[in-house]
Design a binder for this molecule. Structure first.
Ligand SMILES: Cc1cc2nc3c(=O)[nH]c(=O)nc-3n(C[C@H](O)[C@H](O)[C@H](O)COP(=O)(O)O)c2cc1C
Length: 361
């Protein structure tokens, strides 16, 4: 049986506990995509309070693939130094840290670049129907290279690895999903739809070596759970050593779930993946985990290897201490204030109530 404070091997590294911080964009960078003091303090605070593994928010591999003009990046060498400060601040607390490297695809912000897709498709963007550009073979190769270059910069900044953003309708997810109707080597079979992600994984492995963690935040049900397991198997074969399971493009209404369980149907996808990949790679679940009791339940019943927390840790940076030591915490109100997006102010009421001096969000 594992408990929240049990160590776990991820890739070739040892993570001190089972609590992981899920990526959450802060919409706080300038057009240069440089990590500022704000980001350093934001992540340092979560590391200080005991999170074992931090996945830094979606980090653009190319400016034309950003999900917002205020997103941080790793698309040029000038961006390395800010990341290095962030990494050093978190390493001081023994936390493993990786950035989530990302290219927008069907969820590119129109102020940053055009919508791109494996296949030409009409896509609803902020209520408007937009024609997404079908990537040419040469453009696909160029973007694969951008991911690998970003991972090399991440390694130069001192990160322990990277996470590929392979869900939520961004480009790696677009390739794996039913949107992809290509007839070349990037479309058709499961292996072909996984090829874009796999080429990125094997390229990073070659460039960054065996002890660099490659995690994929992959979709659990796009278009079906079985298909998603097949895609994830390809990623693992290509060299991925950690799967963090979320959702994709596909609506999740069709998934049946026993509502008496203390975790929701998205977290349940992680449980299914854990069952499938047991003994092969560690698996993390995410979504709706708001109490220490939920974390203890999924770990102590051997339903998952690690638990990703997003809003719980935005609402209270010390939520991890509540899980590890039973200390009091401010519970996320699930009000979605934090998720309003790049054009809104984000004052998390739970964090404001806590009134912490180190309040940075
Ligand atoms: C403000 C905000 C920003 C987010 N940014 C990202 C992101 O950069 N990358 C990503 O994969 N998911 C992102 N997500 C999704 C979260 O990682 C997580 O999957 C979701 O919030 C559900 O987990 P929770 O119930 O613990 O909050 C974001 C969510 C929120 C609320």
């Amino acid at each position: 049986m594992s408990t929240a404070d049990t160590e776990i091997k991820i890739g070739k590294r040892i993570c001190k506990n089972r609590i992981t911080m899920a990526p959450t964009v802060k919409f706080n960078a300038g057009e240069d995509g440089i990590v500022t003091d704000f980001f350093v303090k934001h992540y340092e605070l979560r590391a200080k309070h005991g999170v074992g593994f931090i996945c830094v928010e979606a980090t653009a591999v190319a400016p034309e693939g950003r999900l917002a003009p205020s997103q941080i990046g790793l698309w040029n060498d000038e961006q390395i130094e800010g990341h290095r400060r962030l990494v050093d601040a978190c390493h001081a607390f023994g936390t493993i840290i990786v950035p989530q490297i990302h290219f927008g695809g069907l969820s590119t912000h129109p102020k940053c670049g055009r919508l791109t897709s494996p296949t030409s498709v009409k896509w609803n963007l902020f209520g408007n129907e937009v024609d997404a550009h079908e990537l040419t073979f040469a453009e696909i190769k160029e973007i694969e290279g951008r991911f690998i270059d970003a991972a090399v910069r991440a390694q130069k900044a001192g990160y322990d690895g990277v996470q590929l953003h392979g869900c939520h309708s961004y480009l790696i997810n677009d390739f794996a999903s039913a949107v992809n109707k290509r007839t070349d080597e990037y479309g058709g079979s499961t292996e072909n739809r996984a090829r874009f992600g796999c080429n990125i994984i094997s390229g990073i492995r070659k460039a960054c070596g065996d002890d660099f963690i490659i995690s994929v935040r992959t979709t659990g049900c796009d278009p079906t759970v079985e298909e998603s397991l097949g895609i994830a198997e390809c990623y693992v074969k290509a060299g991925c050593d950690y799967l963090q399971v979320s959702t994709g493009i596909q609506d999740i209404d069709f998934i049946e779930h026993d509502d008496s369980l203390p975790y929701n149907k998205i977290a349940a996808l992680g449980v299914k993946f854990h069952d499938h990949f047991k003994g092969i790679v560690p698996v993390s679940l995410v979504n709706g985990i708001r109490t220490p009791e939920q974390v203890h339940y999924v770990l102590e019943n051997d339903l998952i290897d690690t638990v990703d927390l997003a809003c719980g840790l935005l609402a209270d940076p010390a939520f991890s201490e509540a899980i590890l030591n039973g200390t009091p915490y401010e519970k996320c109100y699930s009000c979605k204030t934090c998720g309003w997006g790049p054009d809104h102010a984000h004052i998390c009421p739970a964090l404001a109530k806590r009134g912490d001096e180190e309040w940075v969000w």
